[in-house]
Design a protein around this ligand. Structure first.
Ligand SMILES: Cc1cc2nc3c(=O)[nH]c(=O)nc-3n(C[C@H](O)[C@H](O)[C@H](O)COP(=O)(O)O)c2cc1C
Length: 285
């Protein structure tokens, strides 16, 4: 019998090259490191909004949910709840409620909620006041929920799935809360669309270290760095006309840079009714 040929394992990708791809220029960071699987998955990740029909196996989904619950939690308060939406009709209803048609074709939709309800019950159970039922308590619960989402996303991506966080749920807080039967004290912070990706992830370019990372203390980044990022990003990932923000107000920009699109988006107030919604739903922001 001829011996089977041994194929050498592929060389691990170099961290420096992955970092350069993330920043879009040769940043000279992470020199000499070989990527471990976790680092490689994070540095090479990108959001996925188009999925194959293939269902997510239940044990894998269970593992992703346990990974979500494995993230850190402020004071071990465990203030996150996750609603798992698999039913097609309910997923379609969610997509319609938040005017995001692509959500209808997502195999599994997870909704990460900031949950103060269990704390309220613990205080009642032990005859104590719930004095921390305030903005700080809500913020802590939101941080827990966001960290749990990120852990789930990385677990999903590391398992060959793709995903995308969905803040569009907050475009329709009332209908979403009704659809998910959320009781008072439970706030739908973010969705996470999960499934097998229809295409490989695309690494989207991030702001340079000079803009985001500060050695010992904060310094405003020179304008030139930000302009250079706009130019670099426009050259590699131009924003298509359909992705330009507020074209109704400002028209189509011939060159829409990242910062122009950010400024256009932020020139209009979004979700101004959030504080009123929270109060109506039993929070005290
Ligand atoms: C908190 C949060 C909310 C997001 N909400 C949405 C959303 O509602 N709809 C959407 O298409 N993408 C959403 N995204 C995905 C971002 O658009 C995406 O992360 C960003 O464009 C960077 O691209 P990348 O993740 O591929 O690197 C969200 C991401 C985060 C972190």
């Amino acid at each position: 019998m001829p011996r089977a040929k041994k194929h050498p394992a592929p060389a691990p990708e170099l961290v420096e090259a992955m970092i350069d791809r993330r920043y879009g220029f040769s940043a000279g960071r992470g020199r000499g490191l070989a990527a471990n699987p976790v680092l490689a998955a994070i540095l090479g990740r990108g959001s996925c909004r188009r999925f194959r029909r293939k269902p997510v196996p239940p044990p894998l989904l269970e593992a992703i949910l346990a990974a979500a619950q494995s993230s850190g939690s402020k004071s071990d308060l465990q203030a996150c709840s996750i609603v798992v939406l698999r039913d097609r009709v309910r997923r379609r209803r969610l997509a319609a409620a938040c005017a995001s048609p692509w959500l209808a074709a997502v195999p599994v939709q997870l909704v990460f909620c900031a949950d103060l309800r269990r704390h309220r019950r613990a205080c009642a159970r032990h005859g104590l006041p719930f004095a921390q039922d305030n903005l700080d308590g809500w913020l802590n619960a939101c941080v827990d929920a966001a960290l749990a989402l990120q852990a789930a996303l990385l677990a999903a991506e590391g398992s060959g799935l793709g995903g995308c966080p969905v803040s569009a749920l907050r475009n329709a807080l009332g209908p979403v809360s009704t659809l998910l039967r959320l009781p008072p004290g439970v706030f739908p912070l973010l969705g996470l669309a999960v499934g097998y990706p229809a295409a490989p992830a695309r690494v989207s370019m991030r702001l340079p270290p000079a803009a985001v990372l500060h050695d010992e203390f904060y310094r405003d980044c020179p304008e030139a760095e930000l302009l250079a990022y706009d130019a670099r990003r426009h050259a590699r990932e131009p924003i298509p006309p359909a992705k330009q923000k507020q074209t109704g107000l400002y028209g189509l920009a011939p060159v829409c840079t990242w910062s122009l699109n950010v400024a256009r988006q932020l020139s209009v107030t979004e979700r101004a009714d959030l504080a009123a919604f929270l109060r109506a739903r039993g929070f005290n922001p």
